[in-house]
Structures are given as C-alpha cells and as structure tokens.
Design a protein around this ligand. Sequence first.
Ligand code: ADP
Ligand code: ASP
Ligand code: MG
Length: 411
Amino acid sequence: MSLIVQKYGGTSIGTIEKIGNVADKVAACVKNGNKVVVAVSAMSGETNKLIALANEMSENKHARELDVLVSTGEQVTIALLTMALLDRGCDARSYTGAQIRMVTDDAHGKARIKNIQCENMKADLDANRVVVVAGFQGVDENGNITTLGRGGSDTTAVAIAAALEADECQIYTDVSGVYTTDPRVEPKARKLDRITFEEMLEMASLGSKVLQIRAVEFAGKYNVPLRVLSSFEEGEGTLIALEDDGVEQALISGIAFNRDEAQLTIKGVPDQPGVASKILGPVTDANIEIDMIVQNTSEDGFTDFTFTVHRNDYQAAHDLLKGVCADLGAKKLKGDDAIVKISLVGVGMRSHAGIANTMFATLANENINILMISTSEIKISVVVDEKYLELGVRSLHEAFGLDSDGHLKNL
Ligand code: ADP
Ligand code: ASP
Ligand code: MG
C-alpha cells in the first residue's frame, strides 16, 4: 500500500464533467489499495476572475482581503470533488487550508508554509477516507487567510507529501509531463522521462510555469519523489528526482523562457565606488525584485548600468530611476518593456565547453540581437526583443537536438 498525494490543476477540474473524471481517477487509485490525499486548484479562470473583481472594487491593494477573496476558488472545487467521490462510494472529506492548519507566515499573496498539522489527515487516511485539501491557501499564526502565490497549489501538494512522508507526489495537469520546452511554443518539444530537482528548479525559476518554484524547492529539500502527469491521458509523466550517477546526463535538458521581463538602462553614470548600490538601493527598497544586472566597463570615467525587473514593476522602477539619474548626474535613462529572457538549462553543461558559443551563433544565424547575457554552472540566459521569442526558442531547440525528431548535434 502506498500513500500518494495528487494535485489537480485548474484545467483538469474546469468543468463538472472534468471533476467527475478526476473523481474516477482518485477512486481508482484508492481501489488499487492506496491511501490518497488530493490537493486541488480553483476551476480554470476562476482565480483570474476573482482578482479582476477586486480590481474593479478598489484601486488600492488590500492584501489581506484579496487573500480572503481569491482563496474562495479552491473552496468550491474541494466541495464538488468530494461530492463526486462520495457519489462513487469512495469515502472522502474536504478541508480548507485553515482546517488542516496549513500554517504560513503573514506575507499575503506570497506566503510561505511553516508547518502543517497532520493528525486529522492521518486519522482520515487510517479510516480509509480520501482527504481533499484546498490548494494555494493557508492561515497565518493569527488565523488570517493567506495564499501562496500563483500556481501555489503545487506547493500545497508537495508540502503535504513532505509532511506525511508520502511515497509520491503526483502533479496532474494539461500536458503529459515536463517537456524540453513549453509545447505550446514548440510543438516539437519532447517529453522528458526524468529531470533533476536542480534542473527543474532552474527551469521553473527561468519561467517554465509547469511547476511553482517553491514546490520544486520543497520537493528538493525534503526529497519528495515528484511526478508531473496528464489528467487526460495515460502515461508515466516526468519524474523529478535526484541526479543519478548511472545515467548519462543530457547536455541540455530544456529551454525556459520568461515573457514578464523589462529592462532599464542608465547611460553615462559617473563611475565611482557605490554607484551600483545608489542605483539599485531605491529599487529594492521599493520591494521591486531585480533579476539580471550588467555594468559596462567605464570610459572616460562614465559607465552604463542595465538591469531587468518584472514587467509589472517596470513603470514604478522607471519613475524611481528618474530621481536617481538626476541625483547621480547620469546622462540618460532608457527603458524597454518588450523584452524576453530565453535560457538553456542542463546539468550536462557543467562538463562541456562551447555551449554558449553554439547558442550565440544560432541566434546570430537568425539575426536575433542579444541584449544581455548571464550564465551559471547549469544555465545560460539571454535577453532578446520579445518579437524573437518563438523564433529564438525554436531555433535553439533544433540546434541542441531537442526536437522530437532531432539528433543530438556534435558540439
Ligand atoms: P495547472 O493549471 O495544471 O497548474 P499550468 O498552466 O500551471 O497548469 O501548467 C501547465 C502548463 O505549463 C502547460 O500547459 C504548458 O503550457 C506550460 N509549460 C511551460 N513550460 C513547460 C514545460 N517545459 N513542460 C511542460 N509544460 C510547460
Ligand atoms: N488557483 C491558483 C492560481 O490560479 C493556484 C493554482 O492554480 O495553483 O494561481
Ligand atoms: Mg500550475
């Protein structure tokens, strides 16, 4: 007998019929002798609708109330799924995040899980009952409802799997697993049978939203066996696991991209000690996260300084920098919120030189100008104009032999 935690995303439970199909799958898993906890998202589109309602109601950011509102989407689906399970003769009970005491910090909209009370879930499982938990939501130490950030139901599932020491955490979604890149951008993308936690973490951090970043972090930290599978088709999906010494690592596992980027450049800044902190300090003080940073070598005592932020923060960062520019006596402020980041990810990169060169040559062949570059041991990222996203991803996918009909090129 195994203890399995399953998570079903919005598209998997987007209609009454689909919730019925999910109930069939859960009931079958129980019939096979497993104990099952199910975490569910809201029906597809519901969270967006709730956010839109809040925006219609008020221009202000009422973080606590927004969490009270957006967490309701998941309360609908836990009840409906539990009804469907009961109708199938499968004993089940639904719980909100507060009811299972999914305790988080008080950072509304991006709360972090601190602990989970397992006793009630265990009692239900011992009584052969399926536990249906609302994803995405928790409660802070003072009883306020919190949410875990977009895509947070993945993290709910992994955290429960870690707390209950489940045998596997299965993330059911609308694709058959983790692919070499988003199959919606490159139809030739290939499903991966397995990927390491480290690579999946990079892919998620660099924009592959198939799993929430924190879910992967959690799974890696607590070594939770994690699998991404389709709700609609049979298959083994993709196993996210520790690096396996016995297996020859692919050079590149995947290509991630992020459309949410924007770039800011201050030109002609007097190059003096402390200039970076004078530019970035006010930005981080305003809680704006900075991603890539480049400072040019100085010429005649002046330098250019470029960095990227989330597109939603672009205007705020631009406004802040106007003041900074004046203070520093910089010559010009430039901005561009129509850029994207494309990244190659692979642990195999560690032992291979020449990958960056192939990447740059491939983009050059397509006349794609690179605006920024950043590298780490297992990834190379470039920033390019957003109009080149599809072309860039597809040409790199082919160049690195990732196409489903491709052959690994000699590098
Ligand atoms: P859910 O509602 O089930 O949580 P999401 O929309 O959050 O589903 O995640 C699934 C989507 O992730 C897919 O439909 C796909 O477009 C996207 N995606 C992005 N990158 C990848 C990738 N490398 N492999 C698979 N899917 C990816
Ligand atoms: N319903 C939430 C969202 O849309 C959480 C999730 O789906 O994981 O972001
Ligand atoms: Mg998701």
